[in-house]
Design a protein around this ligand. Structure first.
Ligand SMILES: [Zn+2]
Length: 211
């Protein structure tokens, strides 16, 4: 069956996927094919357990990714995991700038975060937010460089790397697919404060109400 994906993404000489080219066209094509869906929020069970592995790299996966790009744009996010639109599958999309302001656009199935050697870990304690914890932000220390291994929409193995805000995004989205929100990494008090911010705010995009 014809793929909606066009040609395979290029990789650089170190084997990392080139996700900085034709960003505008690729993101637009995905979201124009897709339909925006409401975002699940903290408390919805689908966000608090490990998602299932992607095993079928077919048109339904491509259609899901299109919907994810559409939803990400509606919610003005820089990354979105499938369980944030209620789908129990290990796939995330991103449209995120790195620490040099370079835009990265892509999708990763079955992501696994690579462990960095301790001497290469530099922590950055910037603010973090999540579409599933609307209107809340908190400072969270994370490594400022990240490498994720996974598969593309055709099942080919890929590696994605990022710095700065994009490194934070890769870690945040991978966490989602294992059932963790960034607020789960905060202290009890900071987590409580984030939930209070959420309770007091109004999301600027459609969300799925919890029972
Ligand atoms: Zn999130």
């Amino acid at each position: 069956m014809a793929s909606q994906q066009g040609t395979d993404q290029r990789v650089d000489e170190e084997g990392f996927v080139v996700d900085t080219e034709d960003c505008e066209e690729r993101e637009l094509a995905h979201r124009e094919r897709g339909t925006s869906r409401p975002i699940t929020v903290v408390g919805n069970p689908v966000l608090h357990k490990e998602c299932k592995d992607v095993t079928g790299f077919d048109d339904s996966l491509a259609a899901l990714v299109d919907d994810m790009f559409a939803s990400q744009r509606t919610a003005e996010g820089v990354g979105l995991a499938a369980n944030q639109i209620g789908v129990d599958l290990k796939v995330f999309v991103y449209d995120c700038p790195d620490d040099e302001g370079v835009r990265h656009v892509g999708a990763v199935c079955n992501p696994v975060l690579e462990e960095l050697p301790a001497e290469e870990r530099r922590l950055d304690d910037s603010n973090e937010g999540c579409l599933s914890v609307p209107t809340a932000y908190a400072s969270l220390a994370r490594p400022d460089y990240a490498v994720v291994r996974g598969q593309d929409l055709r099942g080919n193995p890929i590696k994605v790397r990022g710095t700065g805000y994009f490194a934070r995004c890769l870690q945040h989205e991978t966490d989602h697919l294992y059932g963790y929100l960034y607020i789960d990494r905060l202290s009890k008090r900071e987590r409580k404060d984030a939930l209070k911010q959420m309770a007091e705010g109004t999301p600027r995009y459609p969300v799925v109400a919890n029972d």
